[in-house]
Each structure stands twice: as C-alpha cells, then as structure tokens.
Design a protein around this ligand. Structure first.
Ligand SMILES: [Zn+2]
Ligand SMILES: [Zn+2]
Length: 675
C-alpha cells in the first residue's frame, strides 16, 4: 500500500525539502520512486514540481496532507538503488539526505516550466567499436599487469605505475572489455583539465557518441540532458571529476579512478564532505562492478589495503623504455655559504641555460602562490595577519596588495603600516610563485618565462592557454605551484627545478610527508618523458630529510615502509579511521567550553561501552588555523580502530549532541587534513 508519498521539492529560499503528500487512488498503481510530480504547495497559485523519494502508510498525528496533482514524468529520473546510495552517503558522512540530494541532482530538476512527458529512445545494443579495438597495443609490461588484473579479478585493484609508465593504455583496454560485455564505465580524474585531456584521448579511441563529461564546469542544462541520456543507457563511458560518482549511469561494470592519491577526490566544503573513492567503492558493491585505482604515488591507505588484499599491480618501467630522470639534491645552506643569495642554485642556473640553449623546456616548481610567505615589521617584529583569520596575509606583487588565502579578503599595500607600532618598515620574507617569476626574469632576461598557479585561473581559460603555449614550445621556463605537477605530458621538458622542496613537508599535519613525497615524485616525473634523459634538482635547506631522499630515489616502497611505521606508532590511518569534530563560534570562550564538554561526554560514553581503548579521543585543542572568517575554531580528533562498528557508535553520539545556536559543529569523516 502506498498511502502517502514523501516528495522532494525546491522552495526558492528554503532550498530543497521533503514533504508528505496523499497518493490519489488513481495513481496508486503507477507511482514510482524518482518520478516527477506536480503538487499544490502552501498558498501558491501555481503547482510546484517535486520528486517521489519514498512511501509510507502512517503520518505523525496532526498532519493533514494534500494530494499529489499529476505525474509529470512517467519514467523515473532515479531509482531506489540510487536513493540507497545517497542514503549511504548521508549516513556515513553524517549529514542529511537533503544535502546529498542537493549535491547529486542537477538544479534543473526543479525548474518550473515542466515539459510534458516524452518516451525515451531506448538504446540497448552493445556498443559497436568496429576496428578500433586493434589499436590498443600494450607493451609487455602493460600486458602483464593487464593479464594479472583480469586473472585475479579483485573487487578493487590498485595499479602502482611509475610516472610515464602508461597506465592509461591499461585503463583503455579494461574499458574496451567492459563495453564488449555490454556494461558501462565511469572514469574519474581529480581535475577538470585532466578530465578534458582524457576525454580527448578516448574520443579518438571510442568515438564521440557514447561518451559524456560530468564536472562542476558543466552547465546545469547540460547535466540535465546528460542525466537523461545516462538513464536511457545511451552513454557507455562517463568522464568526470568527483561529483560524477553521483551521475545515474546504468548497467555499471567498471569505475576507474586515476591519480587516486589526489586530495581533490574529497569534498571538504560544503557538506556532504564525501570522498569519491569511498562512494565509488560503495557504488561498485551495489552494482557488482569492479573498481580500478591508479597512481605513481598511491595514498598510504590504498596501498596498504591493496597489499593486504593481494590486489596490487606494479608497472615498474616507463613506456617506450624512457628512463627515469636523474634527481639531485642541492643544499641551499652551502650555496649561501658560498655567497650565492639568489633563489636559484648555481647548478640550476647552469643546467637551465644548457637546456634552453638546446631548445628544450624547463619547469620550476614552487609550492606557494603569491610573492612571499609572510610580511614582518622590522621595528617591532609584528607579522601582518588577516584580521578575520589567524594566519599571515600573503603579499601579491601583481595587485600590490595583501591577500588572505583562507577568506580571500584583500588590503591595499601602498599605505600599509604596522598595526602595532605604525612603522612603515615592512619586509617580505619567504618565497612564492610571483617572486620566483620576477627573479627568474631578472636572471634570464632573454628567455620566455610564464607562471601558472591558481591566481592565473581567475581569468577564464588563461591556464589552458598557458598550457597550450607550453606544449607548442612557446615558453622556455614554466613556473608554477603543484598544479603543474599533475598530468603534464610534454616530451620536450628535460629539466625540473624544485625551488624550495622543504615547503612541501612542513605543514603540521599527519599527511604532510605523504603529500610532499607525492608532489616531488609527480613533478620529477614531468622530466625526460621523450627521447632525452631528464634532470631534476631539489633545492632544500634540510638535505637530510628522509622523505626527500625517498623522493630522490623515486622509491615509493621505502617511503611507504617509513611512513607506515610512524602512522602505526601514532594510530593514524590506515591503522585507524579519523573523524574530526570542528566547533566554531564568534566567541572563543564558547567554542572552547563547548568542545571541552563534548570531549568529556564522549570519553565517558566510550568508557561505559568499554571502547575507550579502541576509539581514541584527542583534544579538544585550538585548530592549527585557529580563526577563520572571525570564528574561533576548536577541534576534537577521534581515531577509530574498529572500523564499521566504531563508526556507528561515534555517529550515534554525534547525533545526540545539542548545541546553542551561536556554536557551529562541523563533522569531517576521513578528513584530508587536520589543519
Ligand atoms: Zn582571512
Ligand atoms: Zn611594528
């Protein structure tokens, strides 16, 4: 019996909400989850468009529901299984279903000018690939990995392939197999630029008709169209960034997640703070599909799991037998002792000249945007900080202003004086990408030098233009932040200089070594992808750093061993799962008091359940960045060593928390960082 239906509706200012409606007798037979219906709402004259998300036979007392007026689309736009996936996301990431639906469904779903229902064109025939299949020729090393993956047939497989080893060829072969079986594929990349690159490559291989793209730059109208095509089984391969895991692909056979270590797969703001990798795992479970992860620097968690489930596959050589670059570490302390005060070591200057003179190209990585890292008063020592966030403001030379990288507020630099002593003797310290650009242009006045970082993203398509010019050999030296470490495949790059390798390691966060190792390895992988051997230079003030040495040797295995030892000692993932509670308030006292109380209750609660040795509670403590946008932040870190059972226990506790209105609680499950 379907007496009442709960429907999801978008009410302009309130956002989407669910309400209960009476199901009219005549609709009882054909009303289904996912259908669009028309409902009377409040005192409005016009009906609203809504979606059926559930049925019930009972309502709370006192509710007098109205009747559903009409079915607008007979063909449901989502299924019960789909709703189950979203419910799982809501439960696991501790937010409500509404929020997840908002993220997952295109906004166009709720537009008022509702078209009449039209029957879908159903295409079910197996994708015709013609002769293209023969094009996929694997090297012996690729062939071996491909065969192993097929033979073992693990639910989740991890391909650990060094940079330039040609993982994509294996992905394509697996895609081909899946399509031949009559099933469909989702292919995720961490960034829109990488998604576009992959899509171009696969159009050449699989043709245009059955391919679609899904990421945040696609318009809502396009998403709506793609959604319908997906529902009608007209799409065989969907390429996308993290949000593509919510696209309603039919008949799923395979999900591929390339650069699986990338933090871009996790949404940090706003809710739901989901990780596409974990949602993909769930999706594969629901549809009995396979998941293939790939990276040159896998995340510690994925690698650990792959080892323990016998599903790790290694590609140890570069495609076309290209050799890995030679990496050297240069101690900048020695350079200074020899009176070289420039940002560039003598070796880097000399090598840059040699390579550019030969018509080859160079990359300089500096993992910080802006001009400097902080500005200090030379009279009293005060550091210029953002008034709303407790972090130093970053000087930007292009705009001659100070910017806060957290809240994006900006102040004019020309008349700025020290807020403490009013002195005008302010000096910039540390190095950002703008400074490297300026200094490089001074050092090499005749070379063509350009910069690529998220500041150059502000102008539409500028970063694509820069990358195009770089591929066309119109730029000699490309300077950039970690953006240039990803996916860039230019065979003419023979030298990579890392201006300050230490920057990648010194964040106070348990993942900082992993991130540093990964960025350095990835950027080193940009050198020597063609016929000419590459050279990489890491400039550092701490050459003894073990992880820097691991990156120099491109030795993931040793890095993994070292890093897991530390993680085990301190119960960090993969030896636990982390849940982070962040309490924030305009009043520091209130934020601190509330977090202390929660910590106390939580500890007592776990003790009562005798779980205080398997679920560890740290804090409360002020967050590393203890103020953002005028709100003080405290956090409690929970390390759960008993996975699913522990997770449920903690969530039950979190849901029981009641806070005054002026205190906010954010729950971050499996956070990217704990800053
Ligand atoms: Zn700020
Ligand atoms: Zn001062």
């Amino acid at each position: 019996m379907k007496k009442y239906a709960s429907v999801l509706v978008d009410i302009n200012k309130l956002g989407t909400k669910t309400f209960s409606y009476l199901v009219p007798e005549k609709m009882k037979e054909n009303l289904k989850i996912g259908q669009a219906v028309s409902i009377p709402f409040g005192r409005r004259k016009e009906n609203l468009k809504a979606y059926i998300v559930g049925f019930t036979n009972y309502l709370e007392e006192g509710i007098k529901p109205k009747e559903i007026d009409e079915i607008l689309e007979l063909e449901p736009l989502f299924s019960l299984e789909y709703l189950n996936l979203l419910e799982w996301v809501a439960n696991y990431y501790c937010c409500d279903l509404q929020t997840v639906l908002n993220t997952a469904l295109p906004q166009k779903f709720f537009e008022k000018n509702v078209k009449k229902y039209r029957a879908p064109r159903i295409k079910n025939e197996v994708f015709n690939t013609g002769k293209k299949e023969e094009n996929i020729i694997l090297s012996p090393a690729q062939e071996e990995v491909y065969n192993q993956i097929k033979r073992i047939g693990a639910k989740t497989s991890l391909i650990h392939g060094i940079t330039g080893s040609g993982k994509t060829e294996i992905y394509f072969k697996l895609i081909q197999d899946t399509i031949n079986e009559g099933k469909n594929v989702i292919f995720l990349a961490p960034e829109i630029a990488l998604v576009s690159q992959l899509t171009m490559r696969s159009i050449e291989r699989f043709g245009k008709e059955s391919i679609a793209i899904w990421h945040s730059s696609i318009t809502e109208a396009q998403k709506y169209e793609t959604w319908k095509k997906l529902k009608n089984n007209e799409i065989k391969i969907l390429f996308g960034a993290r949000s593509a895991v919510f696209a309603p692909i039919q008949n799923l056979g395979l999900i591929i997640i390339d650069e699986e270590h990338d933090s871009g797969y996790k949404q940090t703001m706003p809710n739901p703070r989901y990780n596409a990798k974990d949602v993909a795992k769930k999706l594969c479970e629901l549809y009995d599909a396979k998941l293939v992860l790939g990276s040159a620097t896998p995340s510690i968690e994925s690698y650990y799991e792959a080892i323990n489930t016998n599903s790790l596959f290694k590609l140890k050589e570069r495609y076309n037998k290209a050799s890995l670059a030679d990496i050297s570490i240069i101690d900048m302390k020695t350079e200074r002792a020899e009176k070289n005060y420039s940002l560039f070591s003598k070796t880097l200057i000399q090598k840059t000249k040699e390579e550019v003179e030969k018509g080859r190209q160079v990359i300089y990585l500096i993992n910080r945007r802006g001009y400097s890292s902080y500005t200090q008063c030379m009279e009293c020592g005060e550091v210029i900080e953002c008034k709303k966030c407790a972090i130093p403001m970053i000087y930007h030379s292009q705009t001659n202003s100070y910017k806060c990288h957290w809240c994006s507020c900006e102040i004019e630099a020309s008349n700025l004086r020290c807020p403490k002593c009013n002195s005008s003797a302010l000096e910039h310290f540390g190095t950002g990408s703008q400074k490297v650009e300026i200094k490089a242009k001074e050092m090499f006045p005749s070379y063509r030098i350009e910069r690529l970082d998220s500041d150059s993203l502000s102008k539409k398509n500028e970063h694509i233009e820069i990358l195009k010019r770089f591929q066309n050999k119109e730029i000699d030296i490309l300077i950039g932040t970690q953006m240039i470490a990803k996916g860039l495949d230019n065979k003419n790059v023979t030298l990579v200089g890392v201006i300050n390798a230490d920057l990648s390691f010194n964040l106070p966060d348990y993942r900082s070594s992993e991130r540093g190792f990964s960025i350095l390895t990835q950027v080193a992988g940009r050198a020597g992808r063609g016929e000419n051997k590459g050279k990489v230079i890491f400039q550092t003030y701490s050459p003894q750093n073990l992880f820097l040495q691991n990156a120099q040797n491109q030795d993931y295995e040793t890095f993994f061993e070292n890093e897991t030892k530390t993680r085990e000692m301190f119960d960090y993932p993969p030896y636990s799962k982390i849940i982070r509670l962040i309490l924030s308030s305009k009043s520091e006292f209130k934020a601190q008091k509330a977090s202390s109380e929660i910590e106390l209750y939580l500890s007592e609660y776990l003790k009562k359940l005798s779980l205080d040795e398997t679920i560890l509670v740290l804090g409360p403590s002020p967050c590393v960045i203890n103020k953002i946008r005028d709100e003080f932040r405290y956090n409690i870190i929970i390390k759960n060593k008993i996975s699913t059972m522990g997770h449920r226990t903690i969530l039950r506790f979190i849901k029981s928390i009641k806070l005054p209105k002026d205190i906010k609680l954010a729950v971050d499950i499996d956070p990217n960082d704990i800053l």
